[in-house]
Design a protein around this ligand. Structure first.
Ligand SMILES: [Zn+2]
Length: 95
């Protein structure tokens, strides 16, 4: 085997490695984008379910505000309503 053959072989292997590296980089990029999508989806679901829990607790007739949390309410409470309102969602059903 001549030196030229050795260099050709190394060059060929290097090309193959570079090609594999490019494929891996592309694959990592896809996985990172998918991971970011899943994290955002999880975050949205957690925020959504927390809000739904508070909303239904309020609709069942309990305070969700810091001052009276968990106590039964006789009428609408402005603190509770502002909390629900600031969640950026619709107001409770009975309003
Ligand atoms: Zn309240």
């Amino acid at each position: 085997m001549t030196l030229y053959d050795d260099i050709s072989l190394v060059y060929e292997q290097l090309q193959k490695l570079l090609s594999e590296a490019a494929e891996l980089r592309e694959h990592v990029g896809e996985l990172e984008r998918y991971n970011a999508y899943l994290q955002q989806k999880l975050l949205d679901e957690q925020q959504g379910s927390g809000f739904e829990a508070l909303n239904s607790l309020y609709n069942e007739g309990y305070h969700i505000c810091h001052a009276h949390f968990g106590h039964q309410r006789e009428e609408d409470c402005l603190f509770c309503l502002s909390l629900l309102f600031h969640e950026g969602r619709s107001l409770p059903e009975d309003l």
